[in-house]
Design a binder for this molecule. Structure first.
Ligand SMILES: C=C(O[C@H]1C=CC=C(C(=O)O)[C@@H]1O)C(=O)O
Length: 398
């Protein structure tokens, strides 16, 4: 029994979360937060994982008795999900939460699955001092891996790959995900602040939003650090635009999205030139994409067609993934995989899980990666990865 009813404006969505493992997808104060587990699906690895997930969800949603007084994208039953980057890895999952609180376009609603329970909102807990340790590779080892990838690109084997690194953190006390969400949303309002089964972050990259027949996506690739003032910032933004390396890196990502969406969309609009997306830590080249989908195409069909884009894989995809497997030296788990939500109509929003960490009790595993081209410089890529890691370091430390 699923019931959705309109509610008064709840204010800050995160402040309504009880101290349970929360689910969230929020940008500029709008989106969905949720808690409790009515249904949990562990998605079996393999090439058919998105089809399996879509079909199992359709069965589950089909069996529900739904009483929905709102009928908007995200009303009625919703599943949050996170898919591993590697289709053959375990760990992809979908959860239909028991309680969902949402706000969108001036409307707010509450969805409950089963009996309505009142969960007490406890005060946020500080995790205390954070200590960091190397992840799978030390910084010099990772730079070495980047140098090897550059050599393979220069030999003509591939055009682009994306190498990531991880960083381990341990707090004095269990990490309260709600605190991370609040800090991320305040500092990165342009990004999608997300939480799903311990994978928490603020990603600037929208893989796909499906609203009826309308598709939206935001392709990102090409990065430069923020400047020390407005003039410096603008000069850096202009340098990013003029950088052949970054424009080429961005063009690879756009081409991969075009290739994935062309067969799916009746209309597809991709601007000729990227624009600049300025975040608190870095600036990116960004291409907003829109398209029209045939009726009946679920958001998960689009996710399946798009993952992995060249923003997190490379060009050509197969060879780039071989290089990642060979040189990165780690399991990406949910990092760089699709994360988001889907409702019973097939509408939903999915991002690429970037600027994120996997949280387990007092431990966090932070991730960041960089597009590697033939003219990349390993030391600059390391600095870029460090700037991207700062997102979650800030969330942990405040
Ligand atoms: C792989 C990441 O970023 C991607 C998205 C935007 C810009 C990127 C870059 O310039 O390298 C990456 O392609 C990451 O943040 O871990």
């Amino acid at each position: 029994m699923v019931r959705t009813t309109p509610v008064e404006d709840p204010g800050d969505l995160f402040s309504r979360l009880p101290d349970a493992a929360p689910y969230a997808w929020v940008r500029r104060g709008e989106g969905l937060v949720a808690w409790g587990e009515a249904v949990r699906l562990d998605v079996p690895p393999g090439p058919g994982r998105f089809d399996w997930a879509r079909d199992r969800l359709a069965e589950i949603f089909g069996e529900a008795h739904v009483d929905d007084d709102v009928t908007a994208p995200g009303s009625g039953p919703v599943a949050f999900g996170s898919f591993t980057f590697d289709p053959d890895a375990h760990g992809s999952l979908l959860v239909v939460p028991e309680t969902i609180l949402a706000r969108r376009d001036g409307r707010a609603w509450l969805t409950t699955v089963g009996e309505r329970r009142l969960d007490a909102v406890t005060p946020l807990r500080d995790p205390g001092r954070i200590r960091y340790g190397d992840g799978s590779l030390t910084a010099p080892e990772w730079q070495h891996a980047v140098a090897r990838a550059i050599r393979r690109i220069r030999s003509g084997l591939l055009e682009k790959t994306v190498l990531a690194r991880d960083l381990n953190a341990v707090a004095e006390r269990a990490i309260d995900v709600r605190l991370l969400l609040a800090r991320l949303a305040a500092r990165y309002p342009e990004c999608y602040t997300f939480s799903c089964a311990g994978l928490v972050g603020a990603t600037p990259e929208l893989l796909v939003r499906r609203t009826g027949e309308t598709l939206e996506s935001l392709v990102l690739a090409g990065t430069i650090a923020r400047g020390s003032g407005q003039a410096d910032d603008m000069a850096r933004g202009a340098a990013l635009f003029a950088s052949e390396k970054n424009r080429h890196e961005h063009a690879c990502a756009v081409a991969s999205v075009r290739q994935a969406l062309d067969p799916l969309c009746a209309e597809l609009k991709i601007p000729e030139e990227p624009e600049l997306l300025v975040l608190a830590n870095v600036q990116h080249l960004a291409s907003p994409v829109t398209g029209r989908l045939p009726a009946g195409t679920s958001v998960l069909d689009v996710v399946e067609a798009m993952h992995p884009t060249a923003a997190v894989g490379g060009t050509p995809t197969g060879r780039a993934l071989d290089v990642i497997r060979d040189l990165e030296g780690m399991d990406r788990a949910g990092y760089a995989g699709p994360v988001g939500w889907i409702d019973a109509r097939g509408d939903g929003e999915w991002g690429i899980a970037l600027r994120c960490a996997q949280i387990r009790g007092p431990r966090a595993r932070l991730f960041a990666g960089c597009g590697i081209m033939g003219d990349s410089d390993p030391a600059s890529e390391l600095a870029e990865a460090q700037a991207k890691l700062r997102v979650m370091q800030y969330a942990l430390e405040g």
